[in-house]
Design a protein around this ligand. Sequence first.
Ligand code: UGA
Length: 451
Amino acid sequence: MYKYKVSILGTGFIGLCSAVCFADKDIKVIASTHNEKKAAQINDGIAPFYEKGLQEIMDRLKKTKLNIFECVTDPLKAILETDISMITQGTPMRKDKSIDLSFIESTAKEIGEALKKKEHYHLVVVRSTVVPGTTRGLVAKIITDVSGKKPGEDYGLCMQPEFLAEGRSIEDTLHPDRIVIGQFDEKSGSMLQEFYEYFYGVHLKNCPILRMNLESAELVKYGNNCLLSTKISFANEFANLAQLVPNVDVVEVMKGVGLDYRINPRFLGAGVGFGGSCFHKDVNAIKAWSKSKGYTSRLLEAVLEINDDQAIKIVDLAEELVGNLKGKKISLLGLAFKPGTDDMREAASIRVIDELIRRGVKNIIGYDPKANHTAKKELGDKIKYAQSIEEVLNGSECALLITEWDIFKDLTPSNFKKFMKTPNLVDGRRIYDFKDFSRSISFRAIGRKNF
Ligand code: UGA
């Protein structure tokens, strides 16, 4: 009845967003998670996390396409009842900052168990971010050891890296700029390409499909995230250079640089630095992987160091305004790693708070329109949490803009004057008009200095 039946092993951002998008285009999908509560919630049609557009598709599936999508807690059932299995498990960072492949390992074992019982050819696709060699050396090895089946004969094997950004996962799934297929052999790659040709139909017209070997595809993903992180650290390096010269503005400089058609202006936004679950994790993972192979990446080392230092730079700017920060009340506008999410993983706010505490600041208050509850889990009572802009600024002696939420963009100098004890503001994301704010309140911004 269905042309394709796909199992999605892992129900995080990548897994669930792909699952619902596939099902919405008449592909039978069985997702699998070991979390019973999460599975029940998904089967009730409720998205277990916020992602723009996700709930709407889940509502539509529930109303009009009953049975096309289900979530189970038994991965073997999911694999046995489908023809293609996609591994979408997380690959977190270990304490030593190398990659943790334990979820990939256990999922490969489950696939092996299922394939042992299966008579037909099955395609396995790794979509998690994994260091080069993992798909062939770990996933295929485990599947083969457990099932006795051979890749390229009894089952197909691909690695397809994912380029979804949080907050845009659905949009990015539906409109990719390219599809990268790492293939064990020609048959595996062709089967996955045909699947995507079916899923995207005419929308695939302007989207190149790149076929390569498994290891190259694994490295493409790291190339992407490392280059984006490098662009940000490059902009931050130039923010620090700009601050050495009176009235040079890094925003204008990066605009001038980015309009070169060979470069492009995206991800050249200077500020308090990148956060999130991917950039730190992936840059660290590939750095640790290359070191284990005997090569030290000085470039990636610098990218991470520059990024971490931006937290110190913003606190330096606050000290330029206020003097010694010890004993002062400091406000943070925004805590999440970027706007549009409540995700606090590796957020710049965490590094800024640690730096403030290191300099003896005890009275820190933060406000985030979406992430107060996740920030509380991450930061506990290191800071106080305000429920509004007015409350976070009330009686404060210096405010630091950390996350560029729209509601903060609407603030004017008079808002800061009205609520704060002394209106000192540091713009860590360059959202305020420099001239306007400098005229009205004590103001500093990353990447620009008035002398
Ligand atoms: C990132 C990539 O953009 C995705 O392509 C990739 O698939 C994903 O990681 C992943 O590996 O799963 P994400 O971490 O969701 O996506 O968020 P981004 O929008 O890329 O932002 C990351 C961080 O960079 C944020 O903290 C943001 O504030 C910061 N950033 C971004 C800057 O500091 N300056 C910029 O110019 C752009």
